[in-house]
Design a binder for this molecule. Structure first.
Ligand SMILES: Cc1cc2nc3c(=O)[nH]c(=O)nc-3n(C[C@H](O)[C@H](O)[C@H](O)COP(=O)(O)OP(=O)(O)OC[C@H]3O[C@@H](n4cnc5c(N)ncnc54)[C@H](O)[C@@H]3O)c2cc1C
Length: 455
């Protein structure tokens, strides 16, 4: 029987393991954390559930949706979101609506947006204006005023670098609007097919997004696959252009598994750990050093009142506040908090080992409570308890020259015949959970010989 080692037990790795264990392969998942789910894990605490950032399951793939519906049965809810953005101490519906903008902004602001947009259109006709950075991409399509109002501060806060140092690839992947006319059509409710940002309804399990992956993990075990938790990849065992096995660390001891295939969903920068010396050594190690991730700390607050507001989440672009989003998990599932209580979860961007990453819990908590109070959310006297969760590899950073380094790294991985790297951090690509799951199934099909595209 062929043995497949799967590195990482997030959505991508678990879906690969589900498919392969079902088809009779000897599947072993190596997962660094104490529970599976990856970025889609849910932490349970005193009857409350907290995801790592607000998650929702949306997909255009009916086969995938059906699989999850069958798996989850009554445990899968259809929820509807209300989201907002706080700008200059005013709250706008998000995605923006024409009525809200007309109600909350003045004619001067709207005229400035229009003048800037017309100027940008004329400028583009007279001079070449390439989409190099995120800033270029947005200004070229929406004009400067809209860029400064809606994108500049939020992007800087989220990524920790100014928008002119961020590649336009991120905008191209994430901003589904085509230009100002597309915005205007959508503001008037006349948009064509709704992109992800506009989707109101979504699937969400009763007990947090992680419940999907607890169910998948159960399936894997049912088909005799194994998931080794608290186990971290230490080294790939390479021989020529093949991987013979892996060394992982468990309870301070090195363990070895020999295998026929490796599917890796861990950060691609950690896969070629201490890369072997040789012709490609320099390119690989430069790539590993150059590709960086943005981290997040999550403040999870248990609150002794039934509701905080009406929003599922609120974006906070203003740089004077430490968080980028405030989530009320109960708005996704009523089971996320005990009856009569609620909770908040704050997403706080940081970089590994920076000031925010290292800030003591009580200091960061006090800062957040202060910011919440300035935003009109006064919960200080209602806090039952709080705790932090953290994710080092939350977002792959598309800095201006990331692609060159990424290609160097991926081509080295690709040269190893029996390794597939996939998933969000496996490909250093800003994808959502549904795509990560599809990639897991596709990687499994490659190994089963049912798919010949290398992922
Ligand atoms: C704040 C936030 C909000 C999001 N919201 C949504 C949303 O609403 N909807 C949506 O569809 N997607 C959302 N996403 C994206 C979604 O979380 C990811 O697309 C998805 O989790 C990617 O799955 P993956 O398996 O590729 O990677 P991951 O979930 O990152 O899993 C990788 C796994 O590898 C493990 N690992 C890492 N290193 C090692 C090692 N050396 N050895 C062993 N194991 C290792 C990790 O512990 C992890 O479990 C969000 C992401 C963030 C950060």
């Amino acid at each position: 029987m062929e043995t497949v080692v799967i590195l990482g037990g997030g959505p991508c790795g678990l879906c690969a393991a589900w498919e392969l264990s079902k088809s009779g392969k000897n599947v072993i998942v190596i997962e660094a954390q104490s529970s599976p789910g990856g970025l889609c894990k849910t932490t349970k605490y005193k009857g409350f559930n907290f995801d790592l950032g607000g998650h929702r399951f949306i997909s255009k793939n009916d086969e995938l949706i059906n699989k999850i519906k069958v798996l989850m049965g009554d445990e899968l809810l259809v929820s509807e979101r209300i989201s907002a953005i706080r700008l200059n101490d005013r709250e706008f519906q998000y995605p923006l609506s024409a009525r809200d903008i007309l109600r909350q902004t003045d004619i001067l602001f709207l005229s400035k947006c229009l003048v800037d947009y017309i100027y940008q259109c004329l400028y583009k006709k007279l001079r070449e204006s390439p989409d190099t950075s995120f800033e270029d991409w947005v200004i070229n399509r929406f004009g400067k005023k809209l860029y400064v109002t809606f994108f500049k501060d939020y992007t800087h806060k989220l990524w920790g670098i100014p928008s002119d140092k961020l590649s336009s690839d991120w905008a191209a992947e994430r901003i589904s609007l085509l230009d100002l006319w597309d915005v205007v059509l959508r503001l008037c409710g006349l948009g064509r097919e709704a992109p992800r940002t506009y989707t109101k309804k979504f699937f969400y399990p009763k007990q947090g997004i992680g419940q999907i992956f607890e169910f998948i993990a159960r399936e894997i075990k049912k088909y005799s696959g194994s998931i080794i938790l608290n186990a971290r990849l230490k080294k790939l065992l390479l021989e020529g252009n093949r991987a013979k096995g892996v060394i992982y660390e468990l309870n301070g001891k090195d363990e070895v598994i020999h295998c026929d295939w490796v599917i890796s969903t861990i950060p691609v920068t950690d896969l070629l750990y201490k890369p072997e010396r040789g012709g490609e050594y320099h390119n690989v190690s430069t790539a590993v050093r150059s590709l960086r991730y943005r981290s997040l700390r999550f403040l999870n607050i248990l609150i002794d009142q039934s509701d905080v507001g009406r929003n599922t989440w609120t974006y906070i672009p203003d740089g004077k506040y430490i968080m980028t989003r405030i989530q009320e998990p109960k708005k996704r599932s009523p089971y996320n908090a005990p009856y009569g209580k609620t909770s908040l979860m704050l997403e706080i961007p940081c970089s590994y080992n920076d000031e925010v990453w290292n800030m003591q819990d009580h200091l960061l908590f006090n800062r957040c409570i202060d910011d919440l109070s300035k935003l009109g959310i006064d919960i200080k006297d209602k806090v039952i308890d709080y705790f932090f969760t953290v994710e080092k590899h939350a977002y792959p950073i598309y800095h201006l020259d990331y692609k060159h380094h990424l290609n160097n790294l991926l081509s080295r991985v690709d040269s190893i015949e029996n390794i597939h790297t996939c998933g969000r951090n496996g490909l250093f690509r800003y994808i959502f959970m549904d795509r990560a799951m599809e990639m897991g199934f596709e990687a499994a099909m490659i190994i089963e010989g049912k798919w010949n595209k290398k992922v």
